[in-house]
Design a protein around this ligand. Structure first.
Ligand SMILES: C[S@@+](CC[C@H](N)C(=O)[O-])C[C@H]1O[C@@H](n2cnc3c(N)ncnc32)[C@H](O)[C@@H]1O
Ligand code: SF4
Length: 449
């Protein structure tokens, strides 16, 4: 097999490891007692806060996020009331104004909240928590529904980073995904943000969408490169029509096949590198002057539920339907069901539905997988030593890497494993070898190169 065949066979078949264990392996929560106890007994600070707003004005047909469309504001207002209650309830359980080093508003489209509502939320967060002097506050926006008033409110609230969805500039692709977004919308949003003093800009692009071609993804990259966003995330379209019913509106015949998808991913990579961007991990790119590139070269890059980040906070609290919180040895996930979320918050409960307790083995494997995903390499002996186990603990996994080594995908020197730059896209397959939760068939896939 040559490189193209190996990549096409492997590259997007296993989890993207935004956590380990991954969310599908969380189990049902028996009430909110464990979470309440953990909040009360203390945790490592500063905190990272994630707030989820599961509403958009219209639904993009490719969307895999936890969101729904609403033309009217009533459900958003009802949801905002519950979110405000949840924030205060969590703060009460904690019992003191905990330090916060990172805030992320995600969705959906958080700017569906009225500007005043958003401002009130940020004030409420500041009453319940204490932002550190270097706290980064980030928000995801949809440039199609973004105004100068949002930009001004962001500045007032101390928002320092904004992430914009772009996906594709190709009009035929935009029509096929129900997302008409002229480049002018994106330019206007970025100009408004920069005029408001918010210079940390991320853009999201997607390949593998209906009617997308190598030429169209390259043209999209060339079209946005002049805007010089500090960071660009590049996602392969995940088509899951059984889980996401609206994706059935996409004509499967218009979707690029596996080899074409790979060519698109490689074309995006080449164009971004041409425009001066540095590849970060699996799917991010950053300008050399951006903090993400600096963190990557200094070995400080982290991976969390939002992807690659400089956020080094040891504890994450999630607010809103589907939001996930992470402690050193525990993940908790709120119910994704909005009526259930509203009812549980109204009932005075913490609205968690799923949990995952991590034992030492999980935590060690999480370190190994995060190191691989962030740096394309891992010193297994050093990671194992931190947990007081010998490197031989991973002898079987390293033996299974042999099939990758023979093809030049990884090099193994002693207990140091490195993924070759040419096979960056396969890092998740290499990480999957260390995942004990994958079914044997999936494991097999990860090594059947
Ligand atoms: C919450 S949205 C970003 C903010 C805003 N809602 C917007 O779309 O402009 C998160 C990002 O996830 C990515 N995304 C959504 N659905 C996806 C899918 N099915 N496959 C791959 N990426 C997807 C898109 O790049 C999108 O910008
Ligand atoms: S991609 Fe963004 S705007 Fe489109 S439906 Fe999903 S969350 Fe909403």
């Amino acid at each position: 097999m040559d490189r193209a065949q190996i990549l096409a066979h492997q590259y997007d078949r296993v989890p993207r490891y935004t956590s380990y264990p991954t969310a599908p392996h969380f189990g049902p929560a028996a009430g909110d007692g464990a979470y309440a106890a953990r909040l009360a007994e203390g945790f490592a600070e500063p905190l990272s806060l994630y707030l989820h707003v599961p509403y958009c004005r219209t639904l993009c047909w490719y969307c895999g996020c936890h969101t729904r469309a609403t033309k009217v504001d009533t459900p958003v207002l009802r949801y905002a009331e519950a979110l405000a209650l949840e924030i205060d309830r969590v703060a009460e359980h904690i019992g003191h104004r905990a330090e916060v080093g990172h805030i992320h508003w995600g969705g959906g489209t958080p700017t569906i909240l009225a500007v005043d509502t958003f401002t009130a939320f940020m004030a409420q967060i500041d009453r319940a928590f204490r932002r550190t002097a270097t706290c980064e506050a980030a928000i995801e926006i949809d440039p199609r529904v973004f105004t100068d008033a949002h930009a001004a409110a962001f500045r007032e609230a101390g928002i320092s980073r904004v992430s914009l969805g772009v996906q594709s500039l190709d009009e035929r692709v935009q029509a096929a995904i129900n997302r008409i977004q002229p480049l002018a919308d994106t330019v206007r949003a970025i100009e408004a943000l920069r005029a408001a003093g918010i210079g940390e800009i991320n853009l999201d692009l997607v390949y593998g969408l209906p009617h997308q071609t190598v030429a169209s993804v390259a043209a999209t990259v060339d079209g946005i490169a002049d805007l010089r966003p500090g960071r660009i995330a590049v996602f392969g379209y995940a088509h899951l029509p059984r889980l996401k019913r609206h994706q059935r509106l996409i004509d499967p015949a218009a979707l690029p096949g596996g080899a074409e998808r790979l060519d698109q991913a490689l074309a995006v990579h080449d164009r971004l590198v041409h425009h001066g961007y540095i590849p970060i991990g699996l799917d991010h790119y950053a300008l050399p002057s951006d903090g993400l590139a600096e963190a990557a070269s200094a070995g400080r890059l982290r991976r969390n539920f939002q992807g690659y980040t400089t956020d080094a906070c040891p504890t994450l609290l999630g607010f809103g339907a589907s939001a996930i919180g992470a402690f050193d040895d525990l993940y908790v996930q709120n119910t994704p069901d909005i009526p259930a979320y509203l009812a549980q918050v109204a009932d005075g409960r913490l609205p968690i539905a799923r949990v995952c307790a991590l034992d030492a083995e999980d935590r060690l494997r999480r370190r190994v997988i995060e190191a691989l995903m962030c740096t394309l390499g891992v010193d297994i002996a050093a990671e194992a030593a931190e947990f007081g186990v010998p490197a031989e603990h991973f002898a079987e996994e390293v033996a299974r890497l042999e099939v990758f080594r023979r093809r030049g995908i990884v090099s193994v020197e002693g207990w140091r494993v490195s993924v070759a730059e040419d096979y960056r896209l396969l890092v998740r397959s290499v990480a999957a070898v260390f995942d004990t939760y994958l079914a044997p068939t999936e494991q097999l896939h990860a090594t059947a190169v």
